[in-house]
Ligand binder design. Structure first.
Ligand code: NAP
Length: 282
């Protein structure tokens, strides 16, 4: 799909690129010639990925670190400012970072999965949108999950409170529903700008996202899962393929168009989520 220096001169920003699907995505984008920003909360964890990319071509820096904690909206603003201060174009934003099976609240006062997966990415996207528009054609890829199909809707009060379910998977489903709704609403708002949006299920992937599952269950589960190379394929398909170039606002699974749940296609809910999100980050 991607070869050699096909994307020389293009700039991408990948959140959560320190491990798993985000790491593989960043490696593949850099290998295709893109200048890739790894927006991660830990510089120490991102360093091996930066080294892997930059040591492959010592003549040129092709990957850079941006500090980003999606749970802290001040950190999101700082991340965007550091990037925008470079006066670079932005052709691809991959909203990949996320967590599952963890409980609590973000520093900015949202349920942990919702605040991380949706609210942080909502603000980051808003702050980078003008640059994405100026750089068009450009793409915004939001890594959701088929788990969004478990969500029956969004309780706008619950997302302002700590996780209540026993392992947080109910809240994870709501966060991933918000990812799909956000990408589709964004596409409607970006019509005619040359900025296209995508949401996707990457497959069930043996990554650190399962870090809260105890041993030996984690080992057993991972035996049946995709490796992260395969797990990044649908993200890369949405990010770079010619077939998806003219599509926008749709949902993908297995590098092909798929049906999101009926609730995820509810335009009124998507518009309400947008309005609430604007207020939350203002
Ligand atoms: N693996 C699967 O089977 C699967 C299935 C469906 C969807 N997904 C989605 O795929 C995406 C990538 O997950 P993965 O499987 O690759 O898991 P992963 O290896 O755990 O990667 C998640 C990344 O997100 C980062 N992250 C977590 N909280 C963050 C925060 N507050 N601020 C900034 N970065 C944060 C992590 O950083 P740290 O390392 O610092 O925590 C890590 O780099 C997620 O959105 C996940 O929901 C995964």
């Amino acid at each position: 799909m991607m070869s050699g220096q096909q994307y020389e001169g293009k700039v991408a920003l990948v959140t959560g690129a320190s491990s798993g699907i985000g790491r593989t995505t960043a490696l593949a984008l850099a290998a295709s010639g893109m200048h890739v920003f790894l927006a991660c909360r830990s510089g120490v964890k991102a360093q091996p990925v930066l080294d892997e990319i930059n040591n492959a071509d010592s003549c040129k820096i092709k990957a850079e670190f941006l500090p980003l904690d999606l749970g802290d909206l001040d950190s999101v603003r700082h991340c965007a400012t550091v990037f925008l201060d470079r006066n670079l174009p932005l052709h691809l934003l991959v909203a990949n970072a996320g967590l599952a099976g963890q409980k609590g609240m973000t520093d900015s006062g949202f349920e942990l999965a919702f605040g991380t997966c949706h609210v942080g990415h909502f603000l980051l996207t808003q702050l980078l949108l003008a640059t994405l528009k100026q750089s068009a054609p450009s793409r915004i890829v939001v890594v959701s999950s088929q788990a969004h199909k478990q969500a029956k809707g969004i309780d706008f009060n619950a997302v302002r409170n700590p996780t209540v379910s026993s392992v947080g998977l109910k809240e994870y489903a709501v966060a991933k529903l918000a990812n799909v709704l956000f990408a589709s609403e964004l596409s409607r708002r970006l019509e005619g700008t040359g900025v296209t949006t995508y949401s996707l299920h990457p497959g069930v992937v043996a990554s650190d996202v399962w870090r809260s599952i105890p041993w030996p269950l984690d080992r057993l589960m991972k035996f049946f899962m995709l490796n992260t190379d395969k797990g990044a394929q649908t993200t890369l398909y949405c990010a770079t393929s010619i077939e998806t170039e003219k599509q926008s606002g749709l949902y993908y699974d297995g590098s092909t168009l798929a049906s999101a749940s009926s609730i995820a296609q509810d335009k009124a809910l998507a518009a309400k989520l947008w309005k609430e999100s604007e207020q939350w980050v203002s």
